[in-house]
Design a binder for this molecule. Sequence first.
Ligand SMILES: [Zn+2]
Length: 868
Amino acid sequence: MSIQSLVRRAGCAALLLLPSLAAADDAGRLPAGVRPTFEAITLDLDPAQAGYTGSVRVELEVEKPLSTFSFHAEEMEVTSLKLAGAAGAVAAQHAPAALGQHTVTTGAPLAAGRYVLEVAFKNDYSTQGLSLYKMTAGGEAYLFTQFEADEARGAFPCWDAPEFKFPYQMTLRVPAALLALSNTPIEKETTEGGTRTVAFAKTPPLPSYLLAVAVGPLETVDVPGTSIPTRVVTPKGASALAADAVRVTPPILAALEKYFGRKYPYAKLDLIAVPEYWYGAMENPGAIVYRDIFLLLDPKGSTSRDRLGLVAITAHEIAHMWFGDLVTMKWWDDLWLNESFASWMGNKVTNEAFPEFKLPSTEVENVQGAMRSDARPSTRSIRQPVKPTDNIIAGADELAYQKGQSVLGMVEAWLGEAAFRKGVLAYLSAHEWKNATAADLFSALSKASGQDVPAVLDTFLSQPGVPLVAVEGVAGRTVTLSQKRFVNAGAEVLSGRWRIPVGLRYKDAAGVHRQTTLLSGERSTATLPGRGAVEWVYPNSGEDGYYRWSVPTAMLQALATSPDHLSLSERVGLVGNLSALLDAGTLDGGAYLGLLRLLARDPEPEVVAAVLTGLRRVKDTFITVETQEPFAAYVREALTPALRRFGMEKKAGETESVSALRPDLLLWLGADGGDAQVRAAALTWARAWMKDPAAVDPTVAGTALRLAALQGDRALFDEYVQRIDRSTVPTQRALLVDALGYFRDPKVVDAALAYAASGTLRPTEMFAIPGDVGSAVENQERPYQFMEQNYGLLKERLPEPVLAFMPRFAAGCSEERLQRAQKFFTQPEHVVPGTDRQLAKVTEAVKDCTRLRTREGGQVNTFLRAGR
Ligand SMILES: [Zn+2]
């Protein structure tokens, strides 16, 4: 799955209390002794209705004599249940049990052997975007599914855990005018009396969380040039928006087939666009589901970022077809590996098939966020026992995606690409169509490389935190390195020790070199090959390593003032690492602002984008209504040269990265920089866009609408709202919704927040407006107020796994707001599984922020007031 920020305001994250070292709690897991080997599911589905009926027929292997067993069937009414063995029908009682289970009890114990269980049931569709759910768009009703992690049990009776991996066969009875889809091709269909019965081919072995169904007035567009039948599937009237997906999918699929050295494992592939969907996308074999804005791009108006999102998400999901689907984790405690691997592989393939996006340097930037949360005392090790009652999806956070991906990349750089791939392929062929664990992958990597891979990985996976590698000094050709756990100044963490493949880039009389050394002790020295004295060392060559670093002050100054010898990824990493040094208290706030302004001169847009992330942190931490003016002057001074270099408007032949940076640069200068010229240009573009969206460079349209809102009145607000109602292009609708949070007239701010809570928007769209409102310094309290005031509505419209994220509205730098949140989220009616963990993460982040402000606020203000 790919998780796009649910709550965009969330700038902060870290994890709950220190990990419990107890073994996994088995409460909620199905008792052993009965294993299904096949399940046929028949569903009578009509999206026009509120509910549906269905039946399942499950072939079971009873492994030992028993008189009771359980399966999952949550919140549905079981209308009949029959059990039969070789000798005929078996009398059985049944009843709902706790934790979504349903228990069957037989009069006499069942002998070991084969049985058939038949269950009929009736149920309501979910309306919260999870399980089997109903939604409407453009006046039409649709049914879609999202089963990961444990939502299949809400749709039909099943054995709902990844270790139960066996074939299914789906049959859907739907109104004849509608299209029905599932994981496999249609084997047989018949129509009678207005009802179409669609029998899909039997699936290969699958876990329940990967099953999928879609029903509605759907349209399809064929994707030519792939090894299996491939289509883009859209809601009614949207098939004209599939062109980009049709174009990018074949090269992604081909690159993955090449890496894995085998064909795509399933019989067909549908990429399905869903207007109301909580996550980025989901890797159901043969039926990948996307949130519509990530799959359907406007052929006349897509931005560089839209295109990168489409490519990266598609590569991530298709990578799962091998890693996750063909070979599945045995239990959710390896979900992190499932996501880490797909993220790592997806990025590798994106970069191979679409190098113009320069994804590796963007990823360096993304890993910074994981390192920031991993620095906090409340972080926890990436590998954790997962209980069935946990909020499994919220548990797979930025550590699962970005840290895990970065650690895998570090190991690949250490072992070499060929040995790493050999290990991955051996793992896949040993476990294909079955389950496996992380240990299976690590031992395959060890065998392929001859290195002790678990010894390195264990230190990154089984203990919390991020290491700090320090270059203590360089004498001649000898460099002294040390390691300790990275910690933000004023926080206390337990110590740690890692085995770190440290990549050193360094310069001497013979040129610039790279050397990897394995740092396992607290301190070690390495003699570097080359000629003459070593002039400088950059301690994370290629930014391949998952660690923070420091060098002596003079060397840091030299690296920052003339970074010409560093690669693009290293320059991006340098900017992120400076921010960490600020957190650690080894760089003061004034020096940090000076270096950020210096690094904004970098010729590459990715480095400037990293500077913008730094500016965001400065703003969120230090800037008040009083310091807004000097901060605006600083922003103009730092960023105007970059805007001059890259230009206000798109130039013919410019790179994707320049096009991707421009809207952010303009937004910073226009909003926080108060740049009059940028604001005036934005007004002109916004007016032109309202007349004809095709008349404006699509990459700057969103920024233009936001900056126009910033200067706009109620009439403009009403016009945006009317256009949202009329919009038929998902990405255009998203631009308008995002712009509503940028109005600054207090009465219009009230109107925007009321609109967000009015029920007009889809639940998945409700958070953009309060998040954007809070980006104005004077409105920082509003997002949290919005959440608290509308909690009843949120509870009604959001599924629990999403509701768990609500504490993130308390993010920022206010202890007072945090205390309110701590009070609010201890009231039982505001707690769902996972709330405590999000609250703990936010608590740490707010404390870090206030400590940093107390420590460096004076330096920052002095710098801003003096302009230097
Ligand atoms: Zn994924």
